[in-house]
Design a protein around this ligand. Structure first.
Ligand SMILES: *Cc1c(COP(=O)(O)O)cnc(C)c1O
Length: 238
């Protein structure tokens, strides 16, 4: 294992390279790079990596498993301004706990999960108790994949708009394997247009991973979820 001093420059270099590629894609699309949020996906990595990223200016990190995210957010509670994005499939019975440390949940895909994340009667609904959510779309034909089928988007959005304590930000998706990601993200953009007809403020698009973030930026993504291109390969899940 290389020590911290050996690893830091590499991490800094990868982060800088990805930032430069994102800025380049944004300019190619005629968009302002400063309007894009890059979430560094740190799943399976130790909290120390997040500390290093924070030192390099990263303020948005993504996690996909509740226990792991809870432990890391508790360990790193003193890192001011660090935002936790929950990006993984989420069981309704974990939603209350995830809401406590997550600023944004990207993987909301069914009414029961909306209800579980919403504030309850008697709880404060002030801004500081509000969680931002994305509605995850399933861009494959396999109903077993995470995400609501595109035809169900409006009904889920209506449900989310009526739920207290949630702020609907937009749509999220993962590009299906074996398909040109640009074509998939084009469908996501069309879904985003439909959502905005219902909820004009819900204009964000969470899309783009290490292998396809350029295509996502070209199709209007505002929140990129990038892991390995920045962190290097992931350790095996524990
Ligand atoms: C792991 C993960 C990512 C990041 O994937 P990389 O290929 O490492 O960039 C993005 N989004 C979701 C939902 C993930 O689970």
């Amino acid at each position: 294992m290389p020590g911290l001093a050996d690893r830091l420059p590499e991490l800094a270099d990868r982060l800088a390279a990805v930032r430069a590629e994102i800025a380049d894609a944004a300019r190619a699309a005629g968009r302002d790079p400063g309007a894009l949020t890059t979430i560094v996906v740190t799943k399976f990595h130790p909290a120390t990596l997040i500390r290093e990223l924070y030192g390099l200016g990263v303020r948005d990190v993504g996690e996909n498993r509740h226990q792991e995210a809870l432990a890391k957010s508790a360990e790193l509670a003193e890192l001011e301004g660090l935002r936790w994005h929950f990006i993984g499939q989420l069981q309704s019975n974990k939603a209350r706990q995830v809401r406590r440390y997550s600023h944004i949940v990207h993987s909301v895909d069914r009414p029961a999960l909306v209800d579980a994340l919403a504030t309850r009667a008697g709880e404060p609904t002030a801004a500081e108790n509000t969680v931002d959510i994305f509605l995850q779309l399933n861009l494959t034909d396999d109903p077993g994949r995470g995400g609501v089928a595109p035809a169900g988007l409006e009904a889920l959005a209506e449900h989310a708009l009526a739920a207290p304590g949630l702020r609907l930000r937009g749509v999220m998706a993962v590009a299906p394997l074996g398909e040109d990601p640009r074509a998939a993200f084009e469908r996501l953009r069309a879904a985003s247009d439909r959502l905005r007809a219902l909820a004009p403020d819900a204009r964000d698009i969470s899309a783009g991973m290490s292998a396809d973030f350029r295509a996502a930026v070209l199709e209007g993504a505002t929140h990129l979820r990038i892991g390995t291109a920045i962190t290097g390969s992931r350790p095996a899940p524990r």
